[in-house]
Design a protein around this ligand. Structure first.
Ligand code: SAH
Length: 379
């Protein structure tokens, strides 16, 4: 790889670290590039929106947060409307989903009064944006830095495009073993992937590992699994349910999905750490196991399009479009297609839920626990 013409401050720090103590794992690289408090991506970049690097579902249309609000209020009511519960969102971005959710549930009797709204966020810059988005709501709203800081009691936790930013390790088939891919330095001093001395435990790998050829890649995210297992423990202890939405696959498999996005286009992932969004696709099958291991029931893994249609996307389009100009109506329909269309976000994005044993019956009545209704294909 060519040395970057203008390496970022973080690239310089990483190069010195690697020079001093050897290559770092891809997970460490992702963690520093994204979360470094001084030079990390979320500390410095305006990540989201048209002027940022990528656009997320809540930024496409208010309907996304509204339908998730319907899910939250429905499960809360079905679980007996506990008079106090934590309504948390992990990685809330600009706060758009939470704002849409709160607006959509403002007439659900007792819901806002019972909710202690907690945003789990590490970036001071994002917290500022969330404060602005939620300033108009008369509710108990607070911020925490991590899941274990939430108060005890029943919990409804949401996360959209949060899991994909948590660090991932990569293993590359080389001969009979899978060696960990690390980030080292090229002869010219640029950050570059290298094979490290560590091997994957064959038990982590999905079926078919013997059939893969040299150079095949397997990705594993211990941070994501730990987050979901911790969440499951927490739900099992206090009761509750959770909705996790992200792009990824329902079955574990092989293939490299590590990618960098900058200004809505793919970028070179090792060139400018701290200036591009680094993610991998989420392996939902591994998270389903982690959920069960932590004592919560995992739902099936549903495509986002099917989930939104089951939650009433068509009806929401109709009521939002009523009385609007034809241009506005076309805009609403296009947004719904973007969220649910099979060629757009409807299939690649998945919805995965967890429920505690106490909330399992309440969850069973709702997607993605409930089977898909007929007529809910996103075509
Ligand atoms: N959910 C939002 C934003 C997704 S971007 C949306 O759909 O628009 C990812 C968000 O996760 C950002 O707000 C980022 O600052 C936050 N984040 C990244 N790492 C985090 C961590 N370890 N803990 C909490 N939040 C984190």
């Amino acid at each position: 790889m060519k040395p970057s013409a203008a390496p970022t401050a973080l690239a310089g720090r990483l190069a010195r670290l690697i020079e001093a103590s050897g290559p770092i794992s891809l997970a460490e690289y992702m963690h520093m590039a994204m979360a470094d408090p001084q030079h990390g991506y979320y500390a410095n970049r305006q990540a989201l929106g048209a002027a940022g690097d990528f656009v997320t579902a809540p930024e496409i249309s208010q309907m996304f947060g509204e339908l998730i609000g319907v899910w939250c209020a429905s499960i809360w009511q079905a679980a007996g409307a506990p008079p106090s519960f934590v309504l948390a969102e992990a990685g809330p971005g600009r706060g758009t989903l939470m704002a849409d959710l709160l607006r959509a549930t403002s007439r659900v009797t007792g819901f806002h009064r019972a909710a202690r709204i907690r945003l789990i966020e590490t970036s001071p810059r994002m917290i500022e944006a969330q404060k602005q988005a939620l300033a108009g709501f008369d509710a108990d709203i607070g911020w925490v830095g991590a899941l274990p800081e939430l108060e005890d009691g029943p919990l409804i936790l949401l996360a959209n495009e949060f899991l994909d930013v948590l660090p991932t390790r990569q293993y590359v088939k080389s001969g009979p073993v899978w060696r960990e891919r690390m980030v080292g330095l090229s002869d010219s001093g640029a950050l570059t992937p290298v094979l490290g001395p560590n091997f994957a435990d064959p038990a982590w790998l999905p079926e078919g590992q013997d059939k893969e050829g040299d150079g095949a890649v397997f990705e594993r995210s211990p941070s994501r699994e730990a987050f979901v297992e911790m969440l499951a423990h927490r739900l099992a202890a206090g009761g509750g349910a959770s909705l996790l939405i992200d792009y990824g696959h329902a079955q574990s498999g092989f293939g490299a999905t590590f990618q960098a996005m900058r200004a809505h286009a793919p970028a070179a992932p090792f060139e400018a750490p701290g200036e591009a969004d680094l993610t991998t696709h989420v392996d939902f099958a591994s998270l389903s196991k982690a959920a069960a291991g932590g004592g919560a029931s995992p739902s099936r893994i549903a495509p986002q399009g099917e989930f939104l249609l089951s939650m009433g996307l068509r009806e929401r389009v109709a009521s939002l479009a009523a009385g609007k100009t034809s241009e506005e109506q076309a805009h609403i329909v296009a947004a719904a297609q973007r969220l649910a269309g099979p060629q757009e976000m409807g299939t690649l994005f998945k919805v995965f839920a967890l429920a505690s044993p106490q909330w399992r019956d309440a969850a069973d009545a709702l997607p993605p626990f409930a089977p898909a209704q007929s007529g809910c294909s996103a075509d």
